[in-house]
Design a binder for this molecule. Structure first.
Ligand SMILES: Cc1cc2nc3c(=O)[nH]c(=O)nc-3n(C[C@H](O)[C@H](O)[C@H](O)COP(=O)(O)OP(=O)(O)OC[C@H]3O[C@@H](n4cnc5c(N)ncnc54)[C@H](O)[C@@H]3O)c2cc1C
Length: 460
């Protein structure tokens, strides 16, 4: 990844808004820029756009939507912002959080109504830290369905997406204005595309082991579960351009990835009464604090693994998730008619697991402060899944203003560079514990829309 002087460069083609990365952020930015009347091109390194977006559960938090109103749910950007800030111990820039929350409802309704993204409100359980039901997802609750819908919308809007086009160079003038980019093509050729505004939508640095070792050493040995093409290019370019980066130690982890199958087990299992034990059959935390920090707790257990334990009621809830059904077909989920039979099936000590279940059923808060009231695991058969902790995506990145403009180290916006999604500094505080469920796609969708509009405005 490099920065080169624009002077004297002859571009092969010209566009107005160039967007690097065709995940949720890039595609939403493209739809918004096109709608604002700009000529747009998206450049994606992969042959088939997918990104971390396709690996996700496709859940986008949004407040004040008609989907919520239809179900009688009261929610607004103040409540949502308060939830985000509470989880992040108020380490986020409040203006950015406010801008994102304000944009969330209109963005989800716009994607649904104008671009046929099949959002539905996810009901049945609250993710940790959310004080209202506000997750919107396609019916399958998969990021693959979200990506398919966004790609279809981009095709309908006649947006050009160049694939196998890895951006490797930004051509910059003396005023730090991006004049174009160099794209590496499969045959090794470098194509040069001129632009008037550039949106960085190429996510974070989860796929770059050296950057993870430097900024998030606690996850250096953990599995990375996000898209491997996310190599930290936005941060590398930004630093070279004199941009500010921040919160580089923040990330989304997950403490429930079925191992060795590598399938995400929804945290709904835990929130609805499931719990986690280690190889001794003992619990080790209040699991409801959040799935992100639970990655670290699980990796601290013997063998760096744990088991999700739950009953038939929770299993039925899990069946609503495609990932869960895949885990079932893959043989990751074991069961037993009694808790002792389950212990045998998953190779845990019988007496210890039975004692743990009995302790969970005692009224009042447990040793970690979790109260299972109303969520007893009393319907056999019992289920167990061996899981590990993983790194999903990084949350640190380029510092932006409320218009998604990348800020220089002097605090002033660079002339025509915008960023969103995982390329921008997130709203998840400074550590693994600041990630509120859905912050990833929330930043991708809302900042994508803001950046797309802003980039188009720069071309007028
Ligand atoms: C398993 C998993 C589950 C998740 N579940 C959720 C969830 O339910 N809700 C939620 O909010 N978040 C979730 N997340 C996080 C969420 O997926 C991300 O925050 C979000 O997808 C980021 O979107 P993005 O557009 O910034 O990046 P991406 O979707 O990763 O897109 C970035 C694109 O940029 C391309 N690219 C990178 N560098 C270049 C380059 N130099 N040139 C050209 N192209 C480039 C990549 O190939 C990629 O296609 C999950 C993540 C994982 C891994």
């Amino acid at each position: 990844m490099s920065i080169a002087p624009a002077a004297g460069v002859v571009f092969d083609i010209e566009t107005e808004v160039a967007i690097i990365g065709a995940g949720a952020c890039g595609l939403v930015a493209a739809l918004a820029a096109k709608e604002a009347g700009a000529l747009v091109m998206v450049f994606e390194r992969d042959a088939s756009p997918a990104g971390s977006t396709a690996l996700s559960s496709g859940m986008v938090p949004a407040c004040g939507t008609r989907f919520q109103r239809d179900k009688g749910i009261t929610d607004d950007s103040r409540l949502m912002a308060a939830d985000i800030q509470k989880k992040a111990e108020s380490r986020n820039d409040p203006a950015i959080v406010e801008a994102i929350c304000r944009e969330s409802g209109p963005a989800v309704e716009w994607l649904s109504d104008r671009h046929a993204v099949p959002f539905t409100l996810v009901e049945g359980f609250l993710y940790p830290g959310h004080s209202a039901l506000r997750m919107h997802a396609p019916p399958s609750r998969t990021g693959a369905a979200l990506m398919a819908a966004l790609l279809a919308a981009a095709a309908r809007a006649e947006i050009d997406i160049a694939t196998e086009a890895q951006a490797v160079t930004l051509f910059v003038d003396d005023a730090r204005r991006i004049r174009g980019l160099g794209l590496k093509r499969p045959d090794g050729r470098i194509e040069k595309v001129g632009c008037r505004a550039l949106v960085l939508a190429c996510n974070g640095f989860g796929g770059n082991p050296a950057m993870i070792r430097r900024h998030i050493p606690e996850m250096a040995e953990a599995d990375y579960f996000g898209h491997v093409g996310n190599q930290g290019d936005a941060v590398i370019w930004g630093e070279a351009l004199g941009a500010r980066v921040d919160h580089m130690g923040a990330y989304q982890g997950h403490g429930s990835v079925a191992t060795p199958h590598g399938i995400l087990m929804t945290w709904a299992l835990i929130m609805e009464g499931g719990f986690q034990v280690n190889a001794r059959g003992e619990r080790f935390s209040d699991e409801t604090h959040g799935y992100s920090e639970q990655a670290v707790s699980v990796l601290a257990q013997p063998g760096r693994v744990a088991w999700d334990i739950y009953d038939a009621r929770v299993h039925e809830l899990g069946l609503g998730f495609e990932d869960y059904r895949n885990a079932l077909s893959a043989g990751a989920i074991k069961s037993g008619k009694t808790i002792e039979a389950l212990a045998d099936a998953i190779g845990l000590p019988r007496a210890a697991l039975a004692a743990t279940l009995a302790a969970v059923h005692r009224p009042g808060p447990d040793a970690w402060g979790r109260d299972f009231a109303g969520k007893a695991l009393s319907r056999p058969p019992f289920y167990g899944v061996k899981v590990t902790g993983a790194l999903f995506h990084t949350q640190g990145g380029l510092v932006i203003d409320t218009k998604s403009r990348v800020l220089g180290r002097d605090g002033a916006p660079l002339p025509n560079l915008l960023a969103g999604g995982g390329a921008a500094c997130g709203i998840s505080g400074t550590t693994v514990a600041g990630y509120l469920s859905g912050n990833g796609l929330l930043s991708a969708v809302t900042l994508g829309r803001i950046a797309g509009r802003g980039a188009a405005a720069l071309c007028r």
